[in-house]
Write a protein that binds this ligand. Structure first.
Ligand SMILES: C[S@@+](CC[C@H](N)C(=O)[O-])C[C@H]1O[C@@H](n2cnc3c(N)ncnc32)[C@H](O)[C@@H]1O
Length: 270
C-alpha cells in the first residue's frame, strides 16, 4: 500500500513539475524549438477535397503548428479549436494569431482527456509533440467521441527509438533513460486497435537533416527546450551537459554540428 502511495505521489509530483515547466517556458517556447512544414503539408493533402472543416489542435502549446496549419488550410478550415491545459501557452498562442491576423480559431483552456466539444462535431483533430504527456487510452477515447464518422485524427510525435537517434539521444548522457514517456510504434498501434471506432489508416516517417552550432545546442538544453531536461537533477544535468559538449567537440566542427531528427505521423480514421 505504502509503495503504491509513493508511486502516486511521485507521478503527481512529476505532473506538477511538467505543468510548471510549460508555464515557465511558454514565452520562449516557439523560439527554442524547430518547426517543420512537412507534416502540415501532408495533413493538408489528406484533407484535400473537403470543405467547411471544423478541427482541433490538442496540446497546441504556443501555437507554432496550429498557426501553420490554419494558414495552410486557409478558407477550407472554418474553425480551428486550439486546446491546451496550460493557460500560459494559450496566452502566447493568442498573441501569435493576432500578430498574423488569423481569426478563425477558438481557444479552449481544457484537458485533452475531456474537451468541451460536442460528440460527432469535428472533421479532424491534430496533436503535435504532445501525446507523450497524455493518458493515451483516454485521449483516444475522447477524440473518437468528438470526431464525426469518417474523420481523421493525426498524431505527430517522436518514438522512443527515434529519440535515441537524435543528437541528444546519441551524445547527452542519460537523455534516453530519463525520457520514459515516449512510445514505440507497436504500443501506439495497440492502443489505437483497442479504441472503439478507430482504425489506423497509415503511418508516415519523417527524417530531417539538421545542422546547428554547439553554442545554440547548449542554449537550448539550458533553457529546457525538451521537458526531458527537467527530469534531471541540477547536478546530473550539469555533468551530462559537460560530457555532451566534450562529445560534440570531439566529433564535429562546433560551428557545424550535423545530425538527423526523426518523427512519425499516424493517420487514424474514425
Ligand atoms: C511539448 S508541448 C507541444 C506543444 C505544441 N503542440 C508544439 O508542438 O509546439 C506539449 C503541450 O501539451 C500540453 N499538455 C500536456 N498535457 C496536457 C493535457 N492533459 N491536456 C491538454 N494539454 C496538455 C502542454 O501544456 C504543452 O503545451
Amino acid at each position: 500500500m505504502k509503495k503504491k502511495e509513493n508511486i502516486t505521489a511521485k507521478s503527481s509530483n512529476l505532473l506538477y513539475q511538467i505543468e510548471n515547466h510549460f508555464a515557465e517556458i511558454a514565452p520562449r517556447y516557439r523560439k527554442l524549438r524547430t518547426t517543420d512544414m512537412e507534416p502540415i503539408l501532408f495533413i493538408e493533402k489528406e484533407l484535400s477535397g473537403m470543405d467547411g472543416l471544423h478541427g482541433a489542435d490538442i496540446g497546441c502549446g504556443a501555437g507554432r503548428y496550429s498557426l501553420r496549419l490554419a494558414k495552410q488550410l486557409g478558407k477550407k478550415c472554418h474553425l480551428l479549436y486550439c486546446i491546451d491545459k496550460s493557460e500560459h501557452m494559450l496566452i502566447q498562442l493568442k498573441n501569435f494569431f493576432v500578430e498574423h491576423s488569423i481569426k478563425h480559431i477558438k481557444i479552449l483552456h481544457s484537458d485533452a482527456h475531456k474537451v468541451p466539444l460536442e460528440t460527432d462535431s469535428l472533421d479532424f483533430i491534430v496533436s503535435f509533440n504532445a501525446v507523450h504527456h497524455f493518458d493515451m487510452p483516454n485521449f483516444l477515447k475522447e477524440t473518437a467521441r468528438v470526431l464525426k464518422s469518417k474523420s481523421r485524427l493525426f498524431i505527430y510525435t517522436r518514438l522512443k527509438n527515434q529519440n535515441e537517434r537524435n543528437v541528444w539521444g546519441i551524445h547527452f548522457p542519460n537523455f534516453t533513460d530519463k525520457e520514459t514517456r515516449l512510445y514505440e510504434l507497436d504500443e501506439l498501434e495497440h492502443m489505437i486497435e483497442n479504441t472503439l471506432n478507430m482504425n489506423l489508416k497509415s503511418i508516415h516517417f519523417f527524417e530531417y537533416k539538421r545542422s546547428s552550432t554547439l553554442a545554440r545546442l547548449e542554449e537550448q538544453a539550458r533553457e529546457y527546450h525538451y521537458s526531458t531536461f527537467r527530469l534531471f537533477s541540477k547536478k546530473k544535468f550539469n555533468s551530462s551537459l559537460e560530457t555532451f559538449k566534450k562529445n560534440i567537440i570531439e566529433n564535429y566542427n562546433v560551428n557545424n554540428v550535423t545530425w538527423n531528427d526523426y518523427n512519425v505521423l499516424l493517420v487514424i480514421e474514425t
